[in-house]
Write a protein that binds this ligand. Structure first.
Ligand SMILES: C[S@@+](CC[C@H](N)C(=O)[O-])C[C@H]1O[C@@H](n2cnc3c(N)ncnc32)[C@H](O)[C@@H]1O
Length: 420
């Protein structure tokens, strides 16, 4: 059952996804009503926190039991489930007063945990935040001041406030109140004066410390960095097979790259592109520590990584001809333009299509333009530097992230396209 309205996306992105989910093959197999139901369900799921946060234990760094124990201590999370090398941490909510009579949460905790957490009741004093900030709160973040749009006139540190997400992006920054479409995401305590939040100087830091989030979601910000707890779902959804040729378009620091290579039993090839040169060592380092020789990292802008022009192609390395990979992962940064909150531009979607023949059959390109070409490709040295402590990004301060899809979700999305 739905607590929040379905995700809204740019019309061209919505249309693109719809055509993928309602492609002829699926409609013939499932029937139109079922295919449409699945698409609607996808939009609802994307506007809610997931039922679990799933992390992979890096068993070369510590045994799963050890990671489990330290994570329980660190997060003071009562329930952590294990499955093989994966730890599943329930996201509990929505914490409405009467769980039995309110919309069903993705995960209902055991009754004792529900009692311990208590329910959350909106307060009189309201702070309105941008949709991306609201989404970060639903994934365990505090409200960072740049995400705040409206506060009461005399807001001061120590005030108890309810936080609402401006889901349609209609609230004006600096407003005193907002009557438009907004969703309650929890209660917290202000750490700033209104004047500081909306002052002349750019503001930083926590604006509202969340004390009663509507969804209790573990935050991994700064948690056990030495144990490296990367995400796990995307790799399994992409489902690479030994011998596949896989492209990871936004690879650094290589968490998902290495997972994919591991799932392929180190057979085949994972081409790992990232455009930031000084992040490349992390990819090769992580691969080397895990003994994954099938990973080939290149410092390359992946929006230029496909070319139909034979003069641009080399015997190895990017750019590659269209349709040269079995699977493509795009785990785009969450701070760009395009799909709100996900940094996925129509060009990137087009690029994924061009790499993968099946996808191009199932949905029309968003942009007919081929990305510009480049000859720059720098294979990395094979010698591995020490393993990077740079963890896979987690929702931390309310970046312009959203009530909408986050990076992982988009990775999931693309992975799903290719698998179907
Ligand atoms: C969300 S992080 C990727 C995390 C990675 N998939 C993992 O699991 O460890 C996004 C990465 O995309 C890279 N990036 C952004 N734009 C890019 C582009 N046009 N080409 C290649 N890499 C890009 C950034 O440098 C950043 O390292």
């Amino acid at each position: 059952m739905s607590v929040f309205p379905p995700i809204s996306m740019k019309p061209e992105v919505h249309q693109y996804l719809e055509q993928v989910f309602l492609n002829q093959e699926l409609v013939e197999a499932l029937g139109l009503p079922e295919a449409e139901r699945r698409f609607r369900r996808l939009l609802v799921c994307l506007s809610h926190p997931p039922g679990f946060t799933c992390v992979r234990t890096s068993t070369h760094l510590a045994a799963r039991e050890e990671v489990h124990r330290r994570l329980e201590e660190e997060l003071q999370q009562v329930e952590i489930y294990t499955f093989n090398y994966v730890l599943l941490l329930p996201v509990v909510g929505p914490r409405y007063p009467d769980p039995a009579s309110t919309p069903g949460p993705p995960h209902r905790p055991s009754p004792h945990i529900w009692r311990e957490l208590g329910s959350v009741v909106p307060q009189r004093s309201e702070v309105v935040v941008g949709a991306q900030c609201g989404s970060a709160v639903l994934r365990g973040a505090h409200v960072f001041a740049p995400g705040i749009l409206a506060t009461p006139k005399f807001l001061k540190p120590g005030d108890v406030v309810s936080v609402f997400s401006d889901v349609d992006g209609r609230c004006t920054r600096g407003a005193l109140r907002f009557q438009g479409n907004k969703e309650f995401v929890g209660n917290g305590v202000s750490e700033m004066h209104r004047a500081a939040i909306f002052g002349q100087e750019p503001v930083k830091g926590i604006g509202v410390r969340m004390t009663e989030p509507l969804y209790q979601s573990p935050s991994f910000d700064g948690v056990l960095p030495s144990l490296n707890l990367p995400s796990v779902v995307v790799g399994h959804v992409l489902g690479p097979l030994p011998g596949d040729r896989v492209l990871d378009m936004c690879a650094a620091p290589g968490g998902k790259t290495c997972h994919l290579a591991g799932l392929m039993d180190n057979k085949g090839e994972v081409v790992a592109l990232d455009r930031i040169r000084n992040k490349m060592a992390a990819i090769s380092g992580n691969a080397a520590v895990l003994g994954l020789t099938c990973v080939t990292p290149y410092c390359f802008n992946s929006t230029k990584a496909v070319s139909s022009d034979p003069a641009m192609l080399h015997s190895e390395g990017p750019p590659y001809p269209p349709e040269s990979f079995d699977r493509v992962l795009l785990d785009a940064p969450c701070s760009g333009l395009g799909l709100p909150g996900a940094g996925l531009t129509p060009d990137q979607l087009t690029l994924v299509q061009r790499f993968h023949p099946e996808l191009s059959n199932k949905a029309p390109p968003i942009s007919a333009e081929a990305p510009p070409h480049s000859t720059e490709a720098t294979p990395l040295p094979t010698e591995a530097p020490p393993i990077s402590r740079e963890a896979v990004p987690h929702p931390t301060e309310a970046p312009p992230l959203s009530h909408r899809a986050d990076t992982d979700t988009i990775g999931f999305f693309i992975a799903k396209f290719l698998k179907n």
